[in-house]
Design a protein around this ligand. Structure first.
Ligand SMILES: Cc1cc2nc3c(=O)[nH]c(=O)nc-3n(C[C@H](O)[C@H](O)[C@H](O)COP(=O)(O)O)c2cc1C
Length: 306
């Protein structure tokens, strides 16, 4: 048996392994504490947190699709103050085991992002992930993520307010992901993560109605994985900052594809809905691959595709 290290570093923060949940698909970890050992995860990423409570979109908000799902939750959350009171103490406990805590931030305006970031400045949080890519919020958020100039500016504003390293989460709903990745890097981002969901639509032909009340929703799950791998590859080659890859990862093999394409870490989202233990299984499968291929340090695999 070969000894191997799965430790990775992003913006000076060390992770015990490169596997974390994707925001919005794992609650804030607490709901899953009885189902899996959270201390085995590289990090826990919270649901999107905004300045004030958001109600989210009307129901139905989720629909199954071939090899995936559509969601239009609309970033429902209780707001930063309740998050700090109710959720952070539990996350602090998990953090004491060495699992990193990343807070995902959403907002309608640059000022809202900045206010949330400021309230987290003295809190036990390792990194901030800024969601400028949610396709389900009408005012603002997607526009920030789709226009390179706006993305650069919002990144700068977030960076100057932040005490923790900042990850900008990119949308795949653009023609040129490289331009967006570069804009985030130019704005001072410490890392980027991608992909968020791909905008989709589903229609019930019998009822001649949209399946989601919001009409459109974000497609996630295995259906988007090859698109995500391509975008991670393109983004990773466009910038020098670390990349966190996600989109349809359900196995160690999928995670390794992301890593070989250039991701330093991988997030698992929709997979957890049908297999709550998916992340733990994926960590094990990455280890098996490393043993089989005598890889002693996971960092050797980052971007190693040829
Ligand atoms: C139900 C649901 C809720 C989500 N909520 C958020 C969120 O709050 N913030 C965010 O940045 N991304 C959110 N996402 C996007 C995921 O974090 C991830 O980028 C996307 O689902 C692709 O990964 P996957 O195919 O492994 O699910 C959500 C996705 C789903 C399915």
């Amino acid at each position: 048996m070969t000894a191997f290290s799965t430790e990775i570093k992003i913006a000076g923060v060390t992770f015990k392994n490169p596997v974390m949940n994707a925001s919005g698909t794992f609650g804030n970890g607490r709901e899953y504490a009885e189902l899996l050992d959270l201390s085995k995860l590289g990090a826990i990423v919270t649901k999107g947190v905004s300045l004030t409570p958001w109600e989210g979109n009307p129901t139905p908000r989720v629909a199954e699709t071939p090899s995936g799902m559509l969601n239009a939750i609309g970033l429902q959350n209780p707001g930063i103050d309740k998050f700090i009171d109710r959720e952070l103490p539990f996350l602090e406990e998990v953090r004491s085991s060495g699992t990193r805590v990343i807070v995902n931030v959403c907002g309608h305006s640059v000022d809202e992002y900045v206010s949330v970031i400021e309230r987290l400045s003295d809190k036990p949080v390792d990194m901030l992930e800024i969601n400028v890519s949610c396709p389900n919020v009408k005012e603002g958020a997607i526009a920030f993520g789709q226009d390179p100039d706006m993305l650069r500016d919002v990144t700068k504003a977030c960076k100057s307010a932040a005490k923790q390293p900042v990850i900008m989460k990119l949308t795949p709903n653009v023609t040129d992901i490289k331009a967006l990745a570069k804009a985030a890097e130019d704005g001072g981002a410490d890392a980027i993560s991608l992909i968020n969901t791909i905008t989709g639509m589903k229609i019930d032909v019998e009822k001649k109605r949209f399946l989601l009340a919001n009409r459109t929703g974000g497609l996630s799950g295995p259906a988007i994985h090859p698109v995500a791998v391509r975008m991670v590859y393109e983004a990773a080659h466009a910038v020098d900052i670390p990349v966190i890859g996600m989109g349809g990862v359900i196995s160690g093999n999928d995670a390794l594809e992301m890593i070989l394409a250039g991701a330093s870490a991988v997030a698992v989202g929709t997979a957890t809905f049908h297999d709550p233990d998916a992340m733990i299984r994926i960590i094990g499968e990455i280890g098996e691959y490393m043993e089989k291929h005598a890889v002693t340090d996971i960092n050797e695999l980052v971007g190693a595709v040829s």
